[in-house]
Design a protein around this ligand. Structure first.
Ligand code: WT7
Length: 637
């Protein structure tokens, strides 16, 4: 496969960028023409950010799996599509060629059909990082069902909320998942999530850990049994459902500043074109390269840069079931050596954590296959950037710092490997079609260079969020109403003297913990479920490895008994309600929270205490009880 739209020098980038702004329809129409369509679009782009309503390639008909699978069969059918590395370094790896993956996707698509799944139905997928997860995702897309992958670290309650919000009638899961030294009993968690549920008709369970599970009669079936049924039916073929360009491809839940996660909706054609274009250009993927994105498919990074981007480009994508530090901190480097990985895409938090284990784990590892390094998920600090550059890239691999969001579908601001200049800690320049702007709190655009502001985007790119599932008004309010006529990212940003962008972090009540997005309100809701808790306020504080840690200030009534045990109980509660990723790192019991007379918590003060910065609390005169500030400060944990 070749990519006529791959740009390989800076002048080419500038040209592409210029044309994408002056003639977006011509630009994206030309790129889209490289894909397989069942019917060509009528109009490349129609949009109105106020409603918002955005349509890319409207009238076009296609199926994304024909673009990810079928079209590669003739020339690349024998090439590896997915290489899978087990959690257990002793277990044999698996490799699926395009031909094999195509076959397995059709087979499982037939399983879905046999189980009553139809176009437009929502299917929740709760699995570990095994090839069956990618197969399940693609099988949904094959028949036009909408997948909603739920990260394997979420709790039963979080699953129930998502299944319910998506009104999903089908679930695909596994008996369990391996992650480092842990076995996660996925099916059992699903069972807990579905207690009292009457809408889920079918749970399909694949075998991975052989953890004992209870199968509910009439509801639960084994993946392997269903495959056997399809085999006896004889016909292995499953036609790709004809989808409209704007038909929903998937829903992915993400946290925001309110308590309830939102179902971010992405549609078919724009998402396909964007993930492919950004994959090919930002990473400078060349046919034959092995691409290793270390994310989980439960997050957007895995959707876009393990599954859809690489496969639509006919590439080889490496899926890793385990974690970077098990059995030891050399695991990534062993994998790089074993599969001669060319592109490594990971999160700053992973880099910082591995950095902390020292250089011993790099000893004797051959990393010479690496050509491109990438980071995603949070701002990268100088130290981690230089360590990555020196010890992993041996100062010969460009590092791309890719800024984007679940809502953006793919990378929006990033340097292109070896094509556009890198600058440590800067995402640098926008992708073609992306028009970033900085605005002040009043919504005035801040022109010129050497300025900071709230990051907005002025016009739609093909993979922009279309709606929040079941609640379009929420989408409008969250992203399109703060600065009318613009998409608001929720991030703060610097544009330096050279016009390069550096993302400085969220400006809303959203935390970024180890590259995972967590809403403070969501954590507070979970904490407040604990019987002893009267009220709580959660803020982030700088954490050496996680980027941000979670600091909870809690008014606690259960004063009798052991304070440490009470805190552990609260941590357990959060783990039960959301998942281990949302556990507070620090808990401080306080007699009250610093509120203004109107009842608003002054989070600024709490953030300062959490950070340990007592230098200047600013104006506290509007507080109901200013003396609280000292009490809270002195009680810092
Ligand atoms: C938030 C989005 C994009 C996939 C993973 C996270 C932060 C993301 C960067 C980066 C600085 C970054 C932003 C953004 N973020 N990439 N390269 N530099 N910050 O997706 O969970 O939707 O979170 O992650 O704050 O808004 P997400």
């Amino acid at each position: 496969m070749t990519y006529p739209y791959q740009v390989t020098d800076f002048a080419g980038y500038e040209l592409a960028y210029k044309r994408s702004i002056e003639d977006p329809e011509g630009f994206w129409g030309d790129i889209a023409a490289n894909f397989t369509w069942k019917r060509k679009w009528d109009k490349v782009l129609e949009w109105d950010f106020l409603r918002p309503e955005i349509k890319w390639f409207n009238g076009g008909k296609l199926n994304i799996t024909e673009n990810c699978l079928d079209r590669h069969l003739e020339h690349s059918g024998h090439l590896p599509a997915i290489i899978w590395e087990s959690n257990n370094p002793e277990e044999h790896h698996r490799m699926l060629t395009y031909k094999e993956l195509h076959f397995k996707v059709m087979q499982f698509a037939n399983v879905l059909k046999n189980n009553g799944v139809k176009k437009g139905d929502r299917v929740c997928i709760y699995m570990g990082m095994i090839p069956e997860l990618a197969i399940a995702v693609l099988a949904c897309a094959r028949i036009g069902a909408i997948h909603s992958v739920i990260f394997g670290g979420f709790s039963a309650q979080a699953i129930a909320d998502r299944v319910h919000d998506a009104r999903a009638e089908y679930i695909i899961t596994s008996d369990g998942a391996y992650r480092g030294a842990k076995d996660i009993p996925l099916k059992s968690v699903i069972d807990d999530a579905l207690v009292g549920d009457h809408t889920v008709k079918r749970v399909i369970v694949s075998t991975r850990t052989r953890t004992p599970v209870s199968m509910i009669k009439g509801r639960d079936v084994w993946w392997e049994d269903e495959i056997r049924k399809v085999e006896t039916q004889g016909n292995p073929f499953c036609a790709a459902e004809e989808m409209d360009a704007e038909d929903v491809l998937f829903i992915l839940y993400t946290s925001g500043s309110t308590g309830k996660p939102k179902g971010v909706v992405h549609t078919t054609a724009g998402y396909m074109v964007w993930t492919n274009y950004t994959f090919v250009n930002a990473f400078q993927y060349q046919p034959g390269m092995v691409h290793f994105c270390t994310a989980d498919i439960g997050w957007i990074t895995g959707h876009s840069y393990i599954v859809y981007g690489p496969l639509s480009a006919g590439g080889t994508t490496l899926m890793f079931e385990g974690i970077p530090t098990w059995p030891d901190a050399g695991r990534f480097w062993e994998i790089v050596e074993k599969y001669k990985v060319n592109i490594l895409y990971t999160a700053p938090t992973a880099i910082r954590s591995l950095m902390g284990f020292g250089l011993d784990y790099l000893e004797g590892k051959d990393l010479s296959s690496l050509k491109v390094l990438g980071t995603v998920g949070e701002p990268i600090n100088e130290e981690a950037w230089h360590w990555y550059n020196k010890h992993i890239g041996k100062e010969k691999c460009p590092i791309i710092d890719t800024w984007w969001q679940t809502e953006t579908g793919g990378v929006l601001i990033s340097n292109w490997a070896g094509v556009t200049p890198a600058k440590p800690t800067f995402a640098t320049l926008p992708m073609p079609g992306v028009q970033p702007c900085l605005v002040d709190d009043q919504g005035n655009e801040i022109e010129g260079n050497g300025v900071t502001g709230n990051l907005c985007i002025k016009a739609p790119w093909p993979a922009i969020i279309r709606t929040t599932y079941g609640d379009h008004e929420r989408c409008r309010q969250t992203y399109f109403s703060t600065y009318p006529g613009k998409y608001f990212t929720g991030d703060g940003c610097l544009r330096d003297e050279e016009g390069h962008y550096r993302i400085t972090g969220r400006v809303d009540d959203v935390l970024n913990v180890s590259g995972h997005r967590i809403g403070t309100a969501e954590v507070e809701n979970a904490i407040n479920m604990h019987a002893g808790v009267i009220e709580s306020a959660v803020v982030g504080y700088p954490h050496d490895i996680k980027g941000q840690g979670i600091y909870a200030f809690i008014i606690y009534s259960g004063t009798h008994g052991d304070i440490q045990l009470s805190k552990q109980d609260i941590v357990q509660t959060v783990s039960r309600i959301i998942g281990p990723i949302a556990k507070p790192d620090k808990i401080q019991f306080v007699p009250g929270l610093p509120k203004t007379r109107s009842g608003k918590i002054m989070r600024r003060i709490l953030r300062k205490v959490a950070e340990g910065d007592f230098s200047n609390f600013g104006d506290t005169s509007t507080l109901l009880d200013p003396s609280l500030v000292e009490v809270i400060r002195d009680g810092r944990v």
